[in-house]
Design a binder for this molecule. Structure first.
Ligand code: OAD
Length: 235
């Protein structure tokens, strides 16, 4: 990997698991406790906004009690010290990459700590609840929704993601099951565009066969080891 300069890193719920945030598809995970159709679609929000708002209020409150783990810190260190291009594309709606100090982060599925006004289209930083229908700080309308991409909606910043994939020498996927597109397809896109591909996950993901190399184990261990390897190769 000595000729690597530009890196795209995709992260998923597995990187935050050891911080105590539930993943989606594990045994007892979020999508076993709640049906996607009830809480994570625009139709669900139309049908039963209280249920949806309460679900996201609880998640927003919970993530504020969690701390970044060694894997988030390792990626933040790589971000700080890597002088080539680097982009962390996260599917996670928590802010643990940022709280660990990472700067080059893009949230393709939105962020818990934002509220999105459906009246004026402005996003505002948000740590409190939405169930009580607070006014939008921008326009005053009580029309705020979670700034989280629901099933059936388009993920954010796809143009920026594909621009980064086009320039990538290495694509690394961390802590994601490979079940949700378009993120699950990035490995194939990256390969077609000429990048090396590496999976770091607790277990083989659904897309594991597409990767040039796969390393399996808890993120706190294998991400840290990989970051040290990358930084030592380039010292
Ligand atoms: P999943 O819950 O589908 O997958 C998490 C992956 O992390 C699994 O493959 C686990 O094996 C792995 N994992 C668990 N603990 C780990 C650990 N300690 N270290 C490393 N890996 C670990 O979560 P995502 O792939 O992120 O979308 O799910 C993708 C999207 O589906 C989410 O962004 C969300 C969800 O529906 C939206 O809400 C739009």
């Amino acid at each position: 990997m000595t000729s690597i300069r530009n890196i795209v890193i995709l992260t998923g719920a597995g990187i935050s698991a050891e911080s105590g945030i539930d993943t989606f598809r594990s045994e007892g995970g979020l999508w076993e406790q709640h049906r996607v159709e009830d809480v994570a679609t625009p139709e669900a929000f139309e049908r039963d906004p209280d249920l949806v708002l309460r679900f996201y209020d609880m998640r927003r409150e919970a993530i504020q009690t969690k701390e970044p783990n060694a894997a988030h810190h390792a990626l933040a260190k790589l971000d700080a010290e890597w002088d080539g291009e680097l982009l962390i594309v996260t599917q996670n709606v928590d802010d643990l990459h940022e709280r660990a100090g990472a700067r080059r982060v893009l949230h393709m599925h939105g962020e818990h700590l934002n509220a999105w006004c459906t009246a004026c289209d402005v996003r505002s930083p948000w740590t409190g609840t939405l169930i009580d229908r607070p006014a939008c700080p921008e326009c005053g309308e009580a029309a705020l929704r979670p700034d989280v991409v629901w099933f059936g909606e388009m993920p954010y910043q796809m143009d920026e993601i594909f621009a980064a994939l086009r320039g990538a020498d290495l694509f690394v996927s961390i802590g994601t099951s490979g079940a949700v597109y378009p993120a699950a397809g990035f490995v194939r896109n990256a390969r077609e565009l000429g990048a090396e591909t590496l999976e770091l996950n607790l277990e083989p993901s659904q897309g594991t066969a597409w990767f040039d190399e796969a390393r399996h184990g808890p993120a706190t261990r294998i991400v840290q080891a990989w970051v040290e390897e990358m930084l030592s190769l380039h010292r």
